[in-house]
Write a protein that binds this ligand. Sequence first.
Ligand code: FAD
Ligand code: NAI
Length: 324
Amino acid sequence: MAIIGTGIAGLSAAQALRKAGQAVHLFDKARGVGGRMSSKRSDVGSIDLGAQYFTARDRRFVAQVQQWQAEGCVQPWSPSLYNAKQGRLSPSPDEQVRWVGAPRMSAIAKAMALDLPAVFSCRIAEVFKGEEFWELLDAEGTSHGPFSHVVLAVPAPQATALLASAPKLATQVAGVKMDPTWSVALSFDTPLDTPMQGCFVQDSPLDWLARSGSKPGRDDSPDTWVLHATSAWSKQHIDLSREAVIEQLHGAFAELVSCPMPAPSFSLAHRWLYARPAQPHEWGALADPDLGLYVCGDWCLSGRVEGAWLSGQEAARRLLEHLQ
Ligand code: FAD
Ligand code: NAI
């Protein structure tokens, strides 16, 4: 069986299928696993530019998170939380348990992918079925297969492009819109003089701020912050240069925190084109079981880490059910 995408949804499906005795082969266009849960290596250490933390509400995911915690790749994160509204900052503590990969977000995907055969830097361009089996064609023109089943575990717009063999599914998936997020990291040699470690922001180009060093296992020197822009700002500034995005979000950050803000000693910007579904769905996973084609990803559920993991489990469950 082939699984396209080694984000948390693809890895979740792969683990469930492997557990049921199926042979799986994974493919990803990136250089490693994790997708939107990966961390970027940089001069100031690893930075979580995508998913910042996750919550666990479904009992199956709660059990999985407990297992990851026991294995040592997940730890709770209890930041000093703030809320910013109309330019006003105020502490906003709560009781919610929040989890992060340790020592970096990508640790979870790395642990999940152990022993799973995967091909990286391999963008699948076409998925097609011969008389009996599936073949994948990558962007270099190399073909991979044969496979009895294919699981697409990629953002909806990328899945649509691979669904030519299943026009009905393609139409449904094409209806899912996903919004972008600009993500910026800024490091300061002198720590900013604020107790804030995480902040939900409203009425600003910014949506979220996190102090990287407050997460378990991360370096706290230099003082590195991750800023996420809102979907609306990201859409409006989708083609802005990285330099201009850094400048504008640094400006919004400086306006928000009530402490002196020096020039950052390090900065980087990353554009997530398909960061989050515009709306949640309740599909679990999508499938054409007679064809042997399954589709999963965060956008089939809540657009969160938990939703992605559950969607991968659901794709695997439906596939195994149809095998019986
Ligand atoms: P992805 O992680 O996107 O995995 C898809 C994989 O498919 C990628 O590795 C990609 O390279 C690969 N791929 C795509 N097309 C192809 C192709 N043609 N061929 C081969 N490979 C392909 N969630 C939370 O719960 N909490 C948060 O705080 C949070 N913050 C976020 C902040 C940002 C900026 C972003 C972008 C996301 C955030 N999320 C958060 C959402 C969370 O990251 C996602 O819900 C989850 O990681 C999605 O997993 P996935 O497996 O469905 O997709
Ligand atoms: P959660 O329960 O911590 O947050 C959900 C939402 O509740 C927050 O977005 C925030 O608006 C509000 N909230 C929670 N605690 C708050 C507090 N103490 N003070 C003020 N507001 C508070 O986590 P959940 O439900 O797991 O959501 C995941 C997070 O991931 C959300 O913040 C979401 O916006 C973010 N996300 C970001 C994406 C992006 O592309 N930027 C993509 C997907 C998720």
